[in-house]
Design a protein around this ligand. Structure first.
Ligand code: OYP
Length: 577
């Protein structure tokens, strides 16, 4: 009898050796008692080394490891990745300390133009474009659709009660022969609402308080100008101290109001869209998969490539980025208690639905917005991943009962919903899988989030944040209350100082740049599957990705501002940074 072997991996010195002979098997396919035994011990071993821990209450649980050094070798960075990560960070930080010195011994820091003096060497075509155009209203609108946080904008059918914009206020922004009421009815009005920022405690940096606002911003889909902001209120409670800023106000007042919106955007983008909704969500899948699925299990084989390096980067994030003396504490307004409270608020309202792009766009009412490249491409990618994953699921489970009976799989989903996403009664993910379609959707969420969604949020961060006034990480003065009193002096006193700006540039460069050892979406370098039909499905998936690649490239040809963050060849197969 031919015996098929489970996956073996071991270390020779520092080198990981893998042998993946054998076909994928669910529990019921396993007939040899020795191999059944092996499956059991493998899981027992893994559950001993991969344990859940509550790093902080009210956010997803994560891997029990104080630092990355506590992680088993199997899930650590390989040497090349580690030295590159550490060197790139050193390089960026050194670069910027030189800049700081240059400025300290140079002229003073008193005009927006001065930001140019730290804007050398580390730059990119989009960040330079941003420096030229960041003041323009259409560019502000463009970033709501195709910037780093393309999930904030929502349809506005009725003005919120706490945002008393009148028709008169915005009339001069409207196209001829229309008004706010008509446009609300026509579905051309949208909203950015940062209510979640309201009352978040602020950081104190070198003894100086930092400031946070909770803006509302009304957007209009103008027939000629595209999506533009038409009114901004910086606090949730209207009143004399929180005027509604308009494009026809003194230019510096309107500009500062937009900067305040973009400052909220920095926080929501980095902590909620990026950290919580990609890194931390995927970590739950990492831990559950390692604990509950043996390496021969088809779902383990399917997911493993999409979970590579995520535990280590998240450990590094917890110790160096969001820890009590990390980067956030040192330079960001939400550093300290703020970031956790913000993440907890978002976690409370996090839904499984919102991780599924078709549903998310429908719920936000943004399906009609033109030139929403993020929407178009992410739907294509979702569909391609979903059809690939469904093929795989149908290959290994002939029927729904077949899947229901897989005890390992059911333990896996229980681990995800009960151990990972704890304290989340309204998340909407069942703790038992009944149909193959439910399984395919769940796997598509995991793969889409660890690939496309992470690329869309992570990869543009340098492009959109390097020109600091466009997306400031902190604000050093309170929001303006008097439109006529806004001066350049006040703007410079509000924006991040030289050293905060330098750190923002260094870290976003470090995280946003292309990774040297990246494995692109759909490229499976370790051959987990050997079955003919599985290999065919992988090939089919790659062909679809190639078509999406060509489509995106041809659609972007000649565009002044290209949207290439979702180009399949630039999407990594897992969250590694
Ligand atoms: C880990 O010590 C990560 O310099 C980034 O974290 C940077 C370091 C370590 C090194 C920090 C050091 C990655 C995982 C993650 C995540 C998502 C959130 C990213 C937020 C980036 C914020 C940039 C802040 C600029 C001021």
């Amino acid at each position: 009898d031919k015996v098929t072997f489970p996956c073996y991996r071991w270390l020779v010195g520092d080198i990981k050796v893998e042998v993946r002979a054998g076909t994928a098997k669910t529990l019921r396919d396993e007939s040899i008692s020795q191999l059944l035994e092996h499956r059991k011990t493998e899981l027992q071993e893994r559950q001993k080394i991969y344990r859940w821990v509550t790093w902080a209450p009210g956010i997803p649980r994560c891997i029990d490891a104080k630092t990355e050094a506590d992680l088993p070798q199997d899930v650590r960075f390989e040497n090349e990745k580690r030295s590159d990560f550490e060197q790139s960070l050193q390089f960026a930080l050194l670069e910027l300390s030189l800049k700081k010195l240059a400025i300290r011994f140079g002229k003073s820091w008193n005009d927006l133009e001065d930001f140019k003096r730290i804007f050398w060497k580390l730059k990119s075509p989009i960040s330079e474009y941003c420096m030229e155009h960041w003041k323009e209203d259409w560019f502000f609108g463009y970033q709501c659709l195709n910037g780093s946080n393309p999930r904030m904008i929502q349809k506005c059918r009725k003005l919120p009660e706490n945002f008393p914009v009148t028709s008169d206020m915005v009339q001069s922004s409207m196209a001829p022969r229309t008004n706010l009421d008509k446009e609300l009815k026509a579905g051309n009005i949208y909203l950015l609402d940062y209510a979640i920022m309201d009352g978040i405690p602020t950081n104190t940096i070198k003894g100086k308080p930092q400031y946070i606002a909770a803006p509302l911003c009304l957007m209009y889909q103008h027939p000629d100008e595209g999506l533009i902001p038409v009114a901004i209120q910086l606090e949730q409670t209207p009143g004399l101290d929180s005027p509604i800023f308009l494009p026809r106000d003194p230019p510096l007042a309107w500009l500062l109001a937009k900067m305040w919106v973009r400052h909220s955007e920095f926080q929501v983008f980095q902590l909620l869209s990026h950290l919580l909704r990609t890194h931390l969500v995927i970590e739950v899948f990492c831990v559950a998969t390692l604990r509950q699925l043996p390496a021969v299990h088809p779902i383990y084989k399917l997911l493993a490539p999409h979970l590579r390096y995520t535990l280590e980067i998240n450990c590094r994030g917890r110790t160096q980025l969001i820890s009590s003396n990390g980067i956030f504490k040192r330079v960001v307004s939400t550093g300290g208690d703020g970031l956790l409270i913000l993440a907890q608020r978002e976690y409370k309202v996090l839904t499984y639905r919102s991780l599924q792009p078709h549903k998310d766009f429908a719920d936000r009412g943004v399906s009609q917005l033109p030139k929403y490249f993020y929407r178009e491409y992410s739907l294509m990618l979702w569909d391609a991943i979903h059809s690939f994953v469904s093929g795989m699921v149908d290959l290994f489970y002939q029927s729904d009962p077949d899947m229901q009976e897989d005890q390992e799989l059911q333990a896996w989903i229980r681990d995800i919903s009960q151990e990972g996403f704890t304290e989340l009664p309204n998340f909407g993910l069942p703790s038992m899988l009944s149909t193959r379609e439910e399984l395919s959707t769940l796997l598509t969420v995991a793969i889409f989030t660890s690939t496309a969604q992470h690329a869309a949020t992570n990869n543009g961060q340098f492009d959109w944040c390097a020109w600091v006034p466009n997306t400031p990480c902190t604000m050093r003065q309170p929001p303006p209350t008097d439109k006529d009193a806004v001066t350049m002096e006040m703007i410079m006193a509000t924006l991040p100082d030289v050293s905060q700006s330098c750190v923002q540039m260094a870290i976003t460069w470090h995280l946003g740049r292309a990774q040297p050892d990246a494995i692109p979406l759909g490229q499976y370098t370790e051959q987990h599957f050997t079955e003919g039909r599985a290999v065919e499905l992988i090939d089919g998936f790659r062909t679809e990705l190639k078509e999406i690649e060509d489509h995106i490239l041809s659609q972007n040809e000649g565009l002044e501002l290209q949207y290439l963050f979702l180009l399949p060849s630039r999407i990594e197969n897992s969250i590694t940074i």
